[in-house]
Design a protein around this ligand. Structure first.
Ligand code: ADP
Length: 424
């Protein structure tokens, strides 16, 4: 502001001088014209100096100037200085970020809009085999596993994929892509070889133990039956003991059978063919009514005659478990509805009971292995807590989902939703 006042003051003095001299000499107009031209030329010279300085990057100290121009130079100089400071700070942050991501054990790669590599950390070089010279190359040209290329193309990055490392096929990686910014994506790859090995060991252990327990249990059960058939009356204590032993050995048999079934589901490939679901449901409903002493309780509604691709044995096991549960966990006289129908995107099997129901907090837990709801039931219901874990696994192997809706003391609906693409 002061500079402006000074500048205007100088202009006013010059104008006053010209007026005085012009008044004395009678040459006011030519002198005014001369003054205006001189001021204009001076300003043009200042602008050109400024332009030269700024086009050279405004580096270093600014040139000497007078009046308002000194102020302009000074302000631009200050802006430049603070920008330089900010750049330095930003550079430091980027440097720190690079150092920390380089120290990460997981591979991280920044991908551009065309899937080109913009940046990769050190682990990406070791685990994914990427080189510094690969910058700018499209990643599907370097990592060609079909599962990876399909994942990248799909744009559906909610899930991660599992694939071998391109540098060492003995290393298993889980790969996840996260979208951020304008079309940028961060690819993260983690080595899960040890985790997979442990998972395999767990599966083998369960399979072996369940298998090995079968023979001793059969022997024990055999002897129990023989002992009970011995001639002569048994003392009440022995009768009670035999009954308990019989019940517990049966429970153990169910547990072993369910564990073996689960480990088979985890390890065996499924035998897929076109399964006649209406016929299968008809058989399951009849058998379940007989086994559970519930003849006449099941209402089977077949709204579609759809067959689906799947493993009949596995589907039979899952469906009869669900129907069995509906009968088990509801009053003896209450009806159970079994409904096979088609919605827009799914083929759905609904199993509806009017039983004790499940609270909202328990619903997410009931498919966990060995999870049983501890309600004070009027009658104790036998079970292993593995049924729904088996069902969930079977459905997963058929690209299907288990949806549970329930209201306490009113009843539950278990829905198996198969994608319509499974129709055959
Ligand atoms: P199990 O029936 O052998 O206990 P499941 O895995 O089949 O094992 O079921 C887990 C638990 O979920 C059961 O213990 C039961 O409490 C609950 N549950 C399953 N089905 C129903 C149902 N239709 N109504 C109410 N509760 C149920």
């Amino acid at each position: 502001m002061d500079a402006w006042k000074k500048e205007l003051g100088v202009a006013f003095l010059l104008l006053l001088g010209v007026s005085l001299v012009g008044g004395i000499t009678g040459l006011f107009i030519p002198l005014l014209f001369l003054l205006s031209i001189s001021l204009l030329i001076w300003q043009v010279v200042q602008i050109s100096r400024f332009e030269r300085w700024i086009s050279n990057g405004g580096r270093g100290k600014y040139p000497k100037a007078k009046g308002i121009w000194e102020d302009i130079y000074y302000h631009v100089y200050l802006i430049k200085k603070s920008e330089k400071k900010r750049k330095k700070k930003l550079g430091k942050i980027i440097d720190q970020f690079r150092k920390s991501t380089d120290a990460l054990p997981d591979a991280a790669v920044v991908l551009g809009k065309e899937d080109e590599i913009e940046w990769a950390n050190t682990a990406a070089k070791n685990v994914l085999g990427l080189q510094s010279s690969d910058r700018g190359q499209r990643i599907p040209n370097l990592i060609r596993f079909p599962v990876f290329v399909r994942y990248l193309k799909s744009g559906l990055f909610n899930e991660s994929i599992i694939m071998p490392s391109p540098t060492n096929s003995n290393i298993t990686l889980t790969v996840k892509i996260v979208s951020y910014g304008a079309g940028l994506r961060l690819l993260l790859a983690q080595d899960i070889t040890q985790l997979r090995k442990m998972e395999q060991m767990r599966k083998d252990f369960v399979a072996n133990v369940s298998h090995e327990l079968r023979t001793p249990l059969t022997v024990l059960k055999g002897y129990l039956e023989t002992l009970q058939e011995l001639d002569g009356p048994l003392s009440p204590l022995l009768t009670h003991s035999f009954q308990q032993m019989q019940e517990q050995s049966e429970r153990m048999q169910y547990l072993i059978d369910d564990l073996l079934l689960l480990s088979n589901l985890e390890t065996q490939p499924k035998k897929t063919h076109c399964v006649d679901i209406p016929a299968l449901l008809g058989k399951i409903c009849k058998e379940s009514e007989n086994i559970n002493n519930s003849v006449g309780r099941i209402e089977l509604t077949l709204e579609t005659n759809a067959h689906i691709y799947g493993d009949e044995q596995e589907l039979r096991s899952a469906f009869s478990n669900l129907v069995g549960n509906a009968l088990k966990y509801s009053p003896k006289e209450s009806p159970v509805q079994v409904r096979w129908h088609q919605s827009q995107q799914n083929l759905v099997l609904d199993i509806v009971d009017e039983g004790e129901g499940i609270s909202d907090t328990e619903i997410p837990r009931i498919t966990e292995r060995f999870y049983r709801i501890d309600v004070k039931r009027a009658h104790k219901v036998a079970g292993t807590g593995l049924g729904l874990a088996i069902i969930k696994h079977v459905l997963l192997r058929h690209d299907a989902l288990l949806v549970v809706t329930s209201e306490l003391y009113k009843g539950s609906t278990f829905s198996c939703c198969f994608p319509v693409e499974r129709k055959c």
